[in-house]
Every structure is written in structure tokens, then in C-alpha cells.
Design a protein around this ligand. Structure first.
Ligand code: URA
Length: 328
């Protein structure tokens, strides 16, 4: 190419660039390709346009201020009681606009891990159906309904006349727990109504100065064991969830267990009752006072003194007055 031709080319190039500069205000010094702007994931990859090669300085593009979520108008009390909702204070202090820097520093590509299913989380531990049903019960009636015409253990087929569920105030502060219904209880459908029951009623009313109807009385097993034998471990295991649910429904301040079977069942120990009585224990968070069974007191009247000490301790714990000694 001749020198003249080369000069003409340079002039043409300079003229083109001057025209471009006049139109756009942009001086293109060299045809270098600028770095591609960071792009957010999902934005289609655009071929660079002349203007985007070296864009004029302008305020960063800001997305419109998002509307506060509707939860922001939920009354404050609800916000506070519902931890799942972002509290008001957090909504206010949250930046109204997602900062540009954050957008840019976000990975250009959504991390693969979020798209792929993670390791399968362990299945939430499912309670057995009965435990689930009882856990949902908040009333004695609800527990009774789940109990139904129970045949969950062999006592159902060993001569029981009826289930002896329990008796007393649904909001009792004190709950007495015996071993299992005797003949009279089985006949009448109420715990502690035989000879031992009469003594228990006297302890409650004369000894503690409380009406029998003000406490709640139940047994470890709700069906009469034949010949008044001790309840067997499988029978206790079948029945205990219902007793536990009754206790949860009543929420007594104190449990008083009568005799070794109730104490052993609820405290999960095998200590002789003579060593346990009068010493505080606990059943699922409820204070528990073990004492002698009234049937034992009928055979050993001298031990009434010990029971009197135990119930006085309970009355002191509850801040109730100590009546004069009355149980005979
Ligand atoms: N003995 C108990 O343990 N419970 C009763 O209901 C009656 C006698």
C-alpha cells in the first residue's frame, strides 16, 4: 500500500472516531474489549453494545424499595409471640435496598448444592400411635376417650367388671395414686371405696382437712387384678401411659403414691417402701411423696403416725394449714 493510501486510511479512522466521540461523548482510545460486567444469575448473556463498552458514570442501578411484607402490619404482640415472623425491629433495620456489593459478590451461578437434594434428613421420630394420641390429650375426658373399652392387657379378660378410671377434681392440687382396684372398686367403678378407701378418705378429710372431691384419686392399673394379686409388669406397662396422661391433664402440684407398687412404678426404683416413704421424689416434673398404702395401715395401725408425717410435709409444701390430727 502506498504512503498516500496509508495516510488516507488513518485520516478516515480519525474522522470516524471523532464523529463517534461527537455523538456519544465517549473517547475510544483503543478498541480494547472491556471486562464483562458481573451478571446476576439468570440474566441472559448479552453481547456488549457500544455504550456498554465504557458506560458513562451514573448512579448505580437500585431496585425499587420493596414493599414491607404484610407480616409487618401484624400487631406487635403477635410478632413477639410468633418467633417464625421477622420482628418489627428487624424489618426496620433491614436495608431497604439490597446493596449492589452484595449482588456483585453473590456467586454468578447459584451453587449447585442448593439445586441438588441434600442428604436425606432423618425422618422425624414418630411416636407410636397411642403415645401420639395421648400426647394430644389435654383433658381427663380426652384421655378417657382414648382409653376406650381397653383390652390392651390381659386384665381385660381376667374377670374385671369395669374399668376404674379415676375420680376427683380435674384441677386437683393433690393426686393420690394407688395400686389397682379391689372388688368393691371393680363393682362400683370408683377407686378407693372399699375398706382401704374409707381409711384414705379419712386421711384426706380428717387428717388433711380437704374434701375428698377436691383431690384426684387413681390407680397404677385401672382394672382389678384377679384375687387382688399384684399387677404384673406387662399390665403396668400397658396402663401407665394413661395414668401419665391423666397426670398431664390434671397438672397436680403434688403426687402422693400409696404403697410400694405406685412408688416403684412412678419412680422407677425398687427401694423398699419403708425406706422411700416421707422422702420427696419426682414424676415427670411433678413432686411426688411416697407413703404407706391404707390397706397396710389397716393391718399396721401404728404406721398411721408415719403417714401423718408424710401428709403434713405435703401440706407444708403446698402452704396449706395443718389441721389437728383426725384420721383414726
Ligand atoms: N387399693 C388400691 O390400690 N386401689 C384401690 O382403688 C383400692 C384399693
Amino acid at each position: 500500500m502506498s504512503t498516500e493510501e496509508q495516510l488516507r486510511r488513518v485520516v478516515r479512522q480519525i474522522r470516524t472516531e471523532l464523529e463517534w466521540a461527537a455523538r456519544t461523548g465517549i473517547v475510544v482510545e483503543s478498541p480494547k474489549v472491556p471486562e464483562a460486567p458481573a451478571r446476576t444469575e439468570g440474566a441472559p448473556s448479552q453481547p456488549p453494545t457500544p455504550a456498554s463498552l465504557n458506560p458513562p458514570a451514573r448512579p448505580p442501578q437500585v431496585p425499587p424499595t420493596p414493599e414491607p411484607p404484610t407480616s409487618a402490619v401484624v400487631p406487635q404482640a403477635n410478632l413477639q409471640s410468633a418467633p417464625a415472623v421477622v420482628p418489627q425491629a428487624n424489618l426496620q433495620s433491614a436495608p431497604a435496598v439490597a446493596p449492589q456489593a452484595n449482588l456483585q459478590s453473590a456467586p454468578a451461578v447459584a451453587p449447585q448444592a442448593t439445586l441438588q437434594p441434600g442428604p436425606t434428613p432423618p425422618a422425624p421420630a414418630r411416636l407410636p400411635v397411642l403415645a401420639e394420641q395421648l400426647a394430644a390429650c389435654t383433658t381427663l375426658e380426652g384421655v378417657r376417650e382414648v382409653l376406650g373399652d381397653c383390652t390392651r392387657c390381659k386384665l381385660a379378660k381376667q374377670g374385671r367388671q369395669q374399668i376404674v378410671y379415676g375420680v376427683g377434681a380435674a384441677n386437683a392440687e393433690i393426686m393420690f395414686i394407688g395400686e389397682g382396684p379391689g372388688a368393691e372398686e371393680d363393682r362400683r367403678g370408683e377407686p378407693f371405696v372399699g375398706a382401704a378407701g374409707e381409711l384414705l378418705t379419712s386421711i384426706i378429710e380428717n387428717g388433711m382437712g380437704i374434701r375428698r372431691g377436691e383431690v384426684y384419686i387413681a390407680n397404677v392399673v385401672k382394672c382389678r387384678p384377679p384375687q387382688n394379686r399384684d399387677p404384673e409388669p406387662d399390665e403396668v406397662a400397658a396402663c401407665e401411659p394413661f395414668l401419665a396422661a391423666q397426670i398431664r391433664a390434671i397438672k397436680p402440684k403434688v403426687l402422693i403414691t400409696l404403697g410400694k407398687h405406685a412408688a416403684h412404678t412412678l419412680l422407677g426404683v425398687q427401694t423398699p417402701i419403708t425406706r422411700m416413704r416421707g422422702k420427696w421424689g419426682e414424676y415427670q416434673g411433678t413432686p411426688l411423696m411416697p407413703t404407706f398404702h391404707p390397706a397396710y395401715l389397716l393391718r399396721n395401725p401404728a404406721e398411721k403416725r408415719a403417714v401423718w408425717e408424710d401428709v403434713k410435709e405435703v401440706l407444708r409444701f403446698l402452704g396449706r394449714p395443718l389441721p389437728g390430727r383426725g384420721a383414726k
